[in-house]
Design a protein around this ligand. Structure first.
Ligand code: PLP
Length: 380
């Protein structure tokens, strides 16, 4: 129930990548045929990723993760626009975007963070108004990792394009969960992470629309057409190609099933646990994500009890867990402090079953009641 943190590597993916961890260990840059067979397999993987995104193979740049893709997009665009000093993003981005932005602020850049409403919806008019002559890049996530809220990215991309500014979207949580088509889009740069769509960790993609001016972030060899130096993570890239192929085959059907499971869980929790609420716009939400706030109790305590039953979930973002600060996403949405503290994210995948969902639904009221009986926030 924690698939927005990471996903199970699909069996088909393991099968596809395994030979390239073993006997087929060639370097794709080598001139000999031992390396050549690897480079032709990489080409195939690149085509599979491009097919899922509806773009051309030469628009795919392999990276090491979603974080690297986000950093490359932002820093790479700034480097080609030395006369511009403004970055526009949102208050609810992942740290992979907010981190480099905060660092760049120390180097004199102006960072504009657009806010969201109580449902986690972006203020599009504010975004439009804040784009000016000094703006180098606008970076807005496709779907939020904590709440699952999907932003109207095509509308935003069209606005940004009309202003002549480069547009990046962190689509790490969207790819494989909702259909995307770059051919019909105004997105210039888009980030993907392999381990969120049933490929292993350590591989990502930055989609770079033809003609987009981008300086490389990793300097070294001529790999990735000079856009990203460093010997390729061959098994990881082959794995990601296969994962994209699998995701593309069944995207609508799988996600309908996952959505039904998520809705079943949501209904059961709302019916059996008093004083809880769903966070985020339920009309525009990833099919797999459910973020619920339970009043008067701590999310971490819920997680510990869930863990005792072998149930994995998350409070806020996995990357920030370990800190007891309420999630920056829920705070940006104005979720009251006590509710933000008691928030849990369930995120499903195609491997979850109805029996698992029913097991969680059965345990939740028990856990909530137990913690509320101990809660100092509730007077007897
Ligand atoms: N962006 C979003 C929206 C994410 O959810 C994550 C991971 O949780 C990342 C970026 C970072 O991806 P990676 O773990 O591949 O660096």
């Amino acid at each position: 129930m924690d698939n927005n943190a990471t996903t199970k590597v699909a069996d088909e993916v393991i099968e596809e990548m395994t030979p390239y961890l073993g006997e087929l260990y060639g370097n794709p840059s080598s001139m000999h045929s031992f390396g050549g067979q690897v480079s032709s397999k990489l080409r195939q993987a690149r085509q599979s990723v491009a097919a899922l995104l509806g773009c051309e193979s030469d628009e795919i740049v392999f990276t090491s993760c979603g974080t690297e893709s986000d950093n490359t997009a932002i820093r790479g665009v700034l480097a080609t626009n030395p006369d511009k000093g403004r970055i526009i993003t949102t208050r609810v981005e992942h740290p992979a975007v907010l981190g480099p932005c905060r660092e760049l602020e120390h180097h004199g850049y102006t960072i504009v963070e657009i806010g969201v409403d109580k449902q986690g919806r972006l203020d599009i008019e504010q975004l439009r108004d804040r784009i000016d002559e000094d703006t180098a890049i606008v970076s807005v996530m496709y779907a939020n990792n904590e709440t699952g809220v999907i932003f109207p990215i095509e509308q935003i991309a069209a606005i940004v394009k009309s202003k002549g500014v480069t547009f990046h979207t962190d689509a790490v949580q969207a790819v494989g969960k909702i259909p995307l088509n770059m051919a019909k889009s105004n997105i210039d740069l888009l980030s993907i992470s392999g381990h969120k769509l049933h490929a292993p960790k350590g591989v990502g993609v930055l989609y770079v629309r033809r003609g987009t001016r981008l300086a490389p972030f990793m300097l070294g060899g001529h790999q990735e057409s000079g856009k990203r130096g460093g010997t390729e993570n061959v098994p990881g890239i082959i794995a990601l190609g296969k994962a994209c192929e699998l995701a593309g085959k069944k995207i609508e059907e799988e996600n309908m099933r996952v959505k039904q499971l998520r809705d079943r869980l949501q209904e059961a929790i709302l019916a059996s646990c008093p004083d809880c609420m769903v966070n985020g716009d339920q009309q525009h939400r990833l099919p797999n994500t459910l973020n619920v706030s339970f009043e008067y109790i701590e999310g971490e305590a819920i997680l510990l009890l869930l863990n005792k039953f072998g149930i994995c979930a998350s409070s806020g973002s996995a990357c920030t867990s370990g800190s007891l600060e309420p999630s920056h996403v829920l705070r940006a949405m104005g979720v009251p402090f006590t509710a933000a503290h008691g928030s849990i994210r369930f995120s499903l995948s195609r491997y979850n079953t109805e029996a698992e969902v029913d097991f969680v639904a059965e345990k939740m009221p028990e856990i909530v009641q137990k913690l509320r009986d101990l809660s100092p926030f509730i007077k007897a």
